[in-house]
Design a protein around this ligand. Structure first.
Ligand SMILES: Nc1ncnc2c1ncn2[C@@H]1O[C@H](COP(=O)(O)OP(=O)(O)OP(=O)(O)O)[C@@H](O)[C@H]1O
Length: 870
């Protein structure tokens, strides 16, 4: 900010502070308001829709200003932060009435989208990214729970991670180009951090904070060492923004993407696991039977991180089974969990100094219930649950202490007093006694005055503005003695004070102030003791979350009659009478379907009319596999699941992920990702491929991709398509099988049966759907005429195409030699001519497919054309 000459001391102070926070809106405390000045005032007034005024700062000098009242500042600040602004809170650090000269002020905290952790609405979380040689090193920090994790990812994994964890703010090193990430995640705010956040000094400070000398102490491997950059940068950012309020941060944990099923961002979105597409309901919401915040977060993690290791899946499944089968135990656990608050949030608040006395009482009560949970650990049999129960620590000594110290129903605000029980501190007890005795004195003094004056209705009262007073109603005023001094006149009474009452007031008020100060001091001491235990209590809270997530899986299984799938390491997948768990909620007569995949039948091409249930079927299959691998029971009569290593989806064409890319380009990017990464152990669902381009381009791409996936990768795939030509693949590749959605046809009227059957269907019934949608009868009639014509043409053309492709395959060299174009190149320069000839000769006739032959021919034609033109 430019220096201004001859400015007031207040403005000079403001400039000094603002200069330290150039990228934040500085909220400068002035009495009962937070004021913004200059450019900040313009921004604040615009974003908050409040009046922009002026502040006089000298003779005829004004600066722009806007202000928000201190008492309702929270909602204004939330609005600013949720719009991506950083807000620096500049407080008065001393009592204005006692200050000599200008009141001391400083920024006590900077609130940013990723660090305003105590705001429930914002759900703040922070991600740091450091890039080196194409690898992304990340650190994720959720200050509301203390969760801190770091890892090394490739680009796809990074996108998937952001999708799963949904940070509100991403911080990167200066100069890092994040425009492509920003276009993909529009609701996330990005900040660049200066060099020193990534410096060696910061590394040492960070390691010092966690009392270790090297990052490997957290369990990171040698090749992950660079993760120290984002970890320490994120930690420093939290420290700088929180200032003295730094809440609990757990020891960083390595995030190992490769121990979970690969679930790309597009799959998370398409399957609507935790966040729905417009208007829908996500799987998590339908399944969630957790009773605590920790459990809810754990269940969310389970669903986004299905396991790959069959032993681990079965271990979790066994825990779920125990609670499915033992109703009494499940209900006992649920009853206890229901009374436990969000311990992770509480300890985070308590250690950040933003806690209220009620948070400590909440923690105490929750820990009591946690002890109750521990009491039933003897009844537990399954390994995973047993481990969780065993890891719960016993906090009876802390509970006992908190019980002894804290009043059961303390006030919300820390400074109101009445927090600490009797018997904790001698001085405090004495002061309280003075206060209590004071009450007795007041009673007897009131009695004495009534007798002396003869005014029976005389009463002594107290309010915060006036202090103590003697109230006499109007009709009795003539009886008031001379030594009563008037303090206030009301409509039907007068209030007085006497010397005696005034000296009493001084004594009591000073006792009261001392009580509050002492209580505050004691409270802060206990708070610190609890904060010191944060890490350990946090670990116990994690176990409570695990138990809660497991019981939630058991509860939903019991409620909905889900079954336990058979998990194995083989290739086969079999689902009997499976259904879509979300759609079924709203459609009780949902038709269940079977899926059977093995070495002879793993690439299923599913055709059928529009609206017949193809998409639903392929999505439900992916969801059932995902659920099975989280250890959950499944919405099916029976299931055998050969563990998959990835679930890929290519669904829908409406969701242009990144603006600026065509729908088709987005679709092809997703396809490229699938083709490049799928293995024999993956599971793919494709809902139409190549729709965003011309029919033949689309068909060719769909065809070539199917051939590659079915023949080369041999990956289990469900491919819903309107390209009926693709059903030909069944004859050419073993493992490809055709299915269709069954319908009941009666002339031009059809009824959807929503059942998947073997064989193909060569009609789309799109016109029928148009009719259902209410398009005029005469248009429908005409559409049918055109459709029949096209169908005839198509069938003829298809036969011809296939015939000619076969021909090309058998004798492609001859055909290429006979191409008229080929002869024309004889006049062209020898070298290039030879090059083309060599290219033709290098082709292995036996291994080329019809589609490859076509592509090759097209390429050749283009090259020749280019040569001719040059
Ligand atoms: N198994 C089922 N039982 C009952 N109703 C179903 C079933 N599957 C789907 N439906 C209903 O049919 C509607 C259309 O299903 P879906 O979107 O899966 O069809 P589709 O064949 O993929 O259509 P399109 O080819 O137009 O994309 C669903 O919204 C649902 O209401």
């Amino acid at each position: 900010m430019k220096e201004e000459k001859n400015i007031t001391p207040m403005l000079a102070q403001y400039h000094k502070i603002k200069d330290q926070y150039p990228d934040a809106l500085v909220l400068y405390r002035l009495g009962d308001f937070y004021e913004m000045f200059y450019e900040d005032a313009h921004t604040g007034a615009r974003e908050l829709n409040i009046v922009l005024t002026k502040k006089k700062v000298g003779k005829d000098r004004y600066i722009p200003m806007c202000g928000i009242p201190f008492h309702s500042a929270d909602s204004y600040i939330t609005r600013l932060v949720s719009k991506g602004y950083k807000v620096a809170i500049c407080e008065q650090l001393e009592d204005a009435s006692k200050a000599k000269g200008i009141v001391k002020r400083d920024v006590i905290r900077v609130l940013t989208p990723g660090t305003y952790f105590e705001n429930e609405k914002l759900k703040s979380a922070l991600l740091g990214i450091y890039q080196e040689r194409g690898r992304f090193y990340i650190a994720y920090l959720d200050l509301s729970t203390g969760e801190f994790t770091g890892g090394s990812l490739n680009r796809d994994e990074l996108i998937s991670f952001i999708g799963k964890f949904q940070p509100k703010e991403i911080v990167v090193q200066e100069g890092y180009d994040f425009s492509d990430l920003r276009s993909q995640f529009k609701s996330i705010f990005f900040s660049q951090l200066p060099e020193d956040y990534f410096s060696e000094d910061t590394h040492s400070e960070f390691l010092g904070f966690f009392k270790t000398g090297h990052i490997s102490a957290f369990g990171f491997d040698t090749e992950e060492q660079n993760v120290i950059y984002p970890l320490s940068a994120v930690w420093k950012y939290a420290k700088v923004t929180q200032k003295s309020f730094l809440p609990f941060i757990s020891t960083p944990k390595p995030y190992r993407e490769d121990s979970y099923v690969r679930l790309d961002y597009s799959a998370q979105k398409h399957l609507e696991i935790v966040s729905p597409n417009e208007g829908n309901i996500p799987l998590l919401r339908v399944m969630d039977r957790t009773l605590t915040g920790m459990g809810r977060r754990k269940l969310r993690f389970f669903l986004l991180h299905p396991l790959k290791n069959s032993k681990e899946i079965i271990k979790r499944q066994n825990a779920v089974t125990e609670l499915v089968e033992n109703t009494e135990l499940r209900e006992k656990i649920r009853d206890i969990l229901d009374q436990i608050f969000d311990i992770e949030r509480l300890i985070s608040k308590i250690s950040s100094n933003t806690s209220t006395p009620r948070d400590l009482v909440g923690l105490r009560e929750s820990l009591k219930k946690v002890s109750k949970l521990k009491e039933i650990s003897k009844e537990i049999k399954s390994d995973l649950l047993k481990e969780s129960f065993e890891r719960i620590e016993d906090y009876s000594w802390l509970i006992e202490k908190l019980d002894r110290y804290l009043e059961d129903d303390p006030p919300i605000h820390l400074k109101e007093g009445g927090l600490i029980k009797k018997g904790v501190d001698k001085d405090l007890d004495e002061l309280k006694e003075i206060k209590e005795k004071g009450n007795e004195w007041l009673k007897s003094y009131q009695e004495k005055l009534r007798k002396e004056t003869g005014i029976q209705s005389l009463k002594i009262g107290f309010n915060k503005v006036m202090g103590y007073y003697i109230e006499v109603t109007k009709p009795n005023l003539k009886l008031v003695p001379d030594h009563f001094r008037r303090r206030q006149t009301l409509s039907n009474a007068e209030r007085f004070i006497t010397d005696e009452l005034q000296s009493f007031e001084e004594k009591i008020l000073s006792a009261d102030e001392k009580i509050k100060a002492l209580e505050y001091e004691i409270f802060m001491r206990i708070r610190e003791e609890v904060a010191f235990l944060s890490d350990r209590i946090g670990k116990t809270a994690q176990q409570v979350g695990m138990i809660d997530a497991i019981q939630s899986l058991a509860q939903i299984a019991v409620e909905k009659g889900w079954t336990k799938p058979d998990i194995h390491d083989g290739y086969e997948i079999e689902i009997k009478e499976g259904y879509h768990p979300v759609i079924k909620e709203f459609m009780p007569d949902f038709v269940p379907n079977n899926l059977k995949m093995n070495r002879n039948s793993y690439f299923h091409i599913i055709t059928g009319p529009n609206m017949a249930g193809k998409s639903t079927f392929i999505r439900q299959s992916a969801i059932i596999i995902l659920l099975a691998q989280t250890g959950s029971y499944i919405p099916a009569k029976k299931g055998k699941i050969g563990v998959v290593d990835a679930i890929f989806t290519r669904i829908g064409s409406g969701d242009a992920l990144a603006k600026g890319l065509s729908t088709f380009m987005v679709e092809m990017l997703e396809m490229a990702n699938i083709v490049n990464n799928a293995t024999e152990r993956s599971f793919i669902v494709l809902d139409e491929v190549g729709r965003g381009t011309s029919t033949y381009d689309g068909l060719s791409i769909g065809w070539a991709i199917s051939e590659y996936l079915a023949e080369k990768v041999k990956v289990k795939t469900l491919f819903a398509t309107h390209y009926h030509e693709l059903t030909q693949l069944e004859r050419e590749i073993k493992g490809v099988k055709n299915f269709h959605m069954d319908i009941f046809e009666d002339g031009e009227n059809i009824k959807f049966l929503y059942r998947v059957k073997e064989g193909f269907s060569n009609k789309s019934y799109g016109v029928h759907v148009a009719k259902l949608a209410g398009i005029k009868e005469q248009i429908i009639k005409r559409a049918y005429e055109i459709l029949y014509y096209f169908e005839e043409q198509r069938d003829k053309k298809l036969e011809e195409d296939i015939y000619s492709l076969k021909q090309k395959e058998n004798s492609y060299l001859n055909e290429i030699n006979e191409l008229p174009l080929f002869k024309e190149i004889e006049d062209i320069e020898k070298d290039e001519y030879r090059q083309i000839l060599e290219e033709i000769e290098s082709i292995d006739i036996g291994s080329i497919t019809p589609v490859e032959a076509l592509v090759f021919l097209n390429d050749l034609k283009k090259k020749i054309k280019r040569l001719k033109e040059s």
